[in-house]
Write a protein that binds this ligand. Structure first.
Ligand code: ZN
Length: 414
């Protein structure tokens, strides 16, 4: 049974938040945090609304990160974080959003005001929402369900919890961040200011999808040092660093490239290259869900360097490897309740949750890696992120909110 009152609360928030411009700018992120000052407008709005709900402990950093603390009503229960980001991507126009509400979706194609069409056949997820509420943009901008759906769902969950003392929960930490889309928002995260024992990002898509795993990632800087010589006189003398770099790239297994893999399979990916006859530099990154597979690739890069040195006397190939981030499931394993309570909550609510893996990283993965705080990702009910065809389904947004509340309840149980 849909909870119309809850749906209305989420919808009104979502319409309000999506109309606040918050597009981030990946080109500005090195100089400014947040990359665009407008993101703070929504942070301030959320702060005000939290105060109106009765939340008194709120901190907003000058880099635009909001941390609100809500006291629990169960002694000794763990503190659980709920995290979402306020910025929207810059892949398409993201400011000036005019959300459109379709109250009773007819099951067919959705024609947007701009003339753009969200095709039913390209969006099989739409079918389940026949007769339900769908929200889109007018087709001239993205919608911003990524991640204002998550923001709305967390805010509505907080409101319910504060208004119903029969809900037993531990301390809750609400965290709203800027610049997730630039990948740099967590660079300035105030880990010292948070207390949560574990956390959930509400930044996924498809209804009932739960993401607990992301890639392990490492990066190699490979330097090829050759011997430069006048090319007219180079026979037997020149060792061309560019030739070495080319050989090196062509020796990487093509079956383990991003363009040849999906699912749980990891890869090598040459990322950038520059150089001259005497010196060339190559960046390669490696990804895998399985840490031992990632480390196998790291070793392969080193032995490949040794092989090249053996074949080309006078050549020097240096490999420097650094880990970028780890699969967040490694951190969750230390506290199995983090993941198990998601699925227990889903079971209690009759939601057929399913697990998916992220072929990339998330802010939650950063939190897991930087601070050892497990942080799986929950669905928001949004689709076609970073595009003019973005849409969100209100029943799924309601489900996300109910799931959050149930997870908080389970968190407080022994
Ligand atoms: Zn997002």
């Amino acid at each position: 049974m849909a909870n119309k009152e809850l749906q209305e609360d989420i919808k009104q928030r979502f319409l309000r938040y999506t109309q606040v411009d918050t597009q981030s700018n990946p080109n500005k992120v090195m100089d400014n945090h947040p990359s665009t000052i407008i993101q703070i407008d929504l942070i301030k709005m959320l702060e005000k609304e939290l105060i109106e709900m009765g939340v008194s402990r709120i901190k907003v950093t000058d880099t635009g990160i909001l941390i609100a603390h809500i006291d629990g009503n169960v002694e000794g229960a763990p503190c659980i974080g709920l995290m979402a980001h306020v910025d929207t991507a810059d892949a398409v126009k993201g400011n000036g959003v005019k959300p459109q509400v379709i109250d009773s979706y007819d099951g067919g194609d959705i024609k947007l005001k701009s003339g753009l069409v969200i095709k039913a056949e390209e969006n099989p997820q739409l079918e389940q929402y026949k007769g339900e509420t769908i929200i889109t943009s007018d087709g001239t901008t993205l919608l911003g369900a990524d991640d204002k759906a998550g923001v709305s769902e967390i805010m509505s969950a907080v409101k319910i919890i504060l208004n119903d003392s029969s809900i037993k929960h531990g301390d809750i930490e609400v965290i709203f961040t800027c610049d997730e889309e630039t990948g740099c928002g967590m660079d300035v995260f105030p880990y010292d200011d948070i207390e949560c024992d574990y956390c959930y990002t509400v930044d996924g898509g498809t209804r009932y999808e739960v993401e607990t795993e992301c890639f392990n990632a490492s990066h190699a800087d490979i330097t090829f040092t050759g011997k430069s010589y006048h090319t007219g006189d180079a026979r037997g003398r020149l060792v061309n660093a560019l030739t070495l770099a080319g050989k090196y790239i062509s020796s990487l297994p093509q079956a383990e490239s991003p363009e040849a893999t999906d699912g749980r399979f990891g890869f090598y990916c040459p990322l950038d290259i520059k150089g001259s006859l005497d010196k060339a530099e190559l960046g390669v990154f490696m990804r895998d869900f399985d840490l031992s597979e990632l480390e196998r690739r790291e070793k392969t890069l080193i032995s490949l360097a040794e092989t090249l040195q053996a074949i080309y006397p006078g050549a020097k190939v240096d490999v420097k490897i650094r880990k970028q981030y780890y699969n967040m499931v490694e951190v969750s394993k230390k506290n199995p309740k983090v993941v198990s309570s998601i699925f227990e909550a889903g079971k209690n609510l009759g939601m057929p949750l399913f697990e998916a893996i992220i072929r990339g990283g998330t802010d939650g993965a950063r939190m897991a890696n930087d601070a050892g705080i497990p942080c799986p990702n929950l669905f928001t009910g949004g689709h076609n992120f970073h595009s003019l065809n973005e849409w969100a389904a209100l029943p799924a947004m309601e489900d996300s909110c109910r799931l959050i509340i149930e997870i908080l309840k389970i968190g407080a149980q022994k």
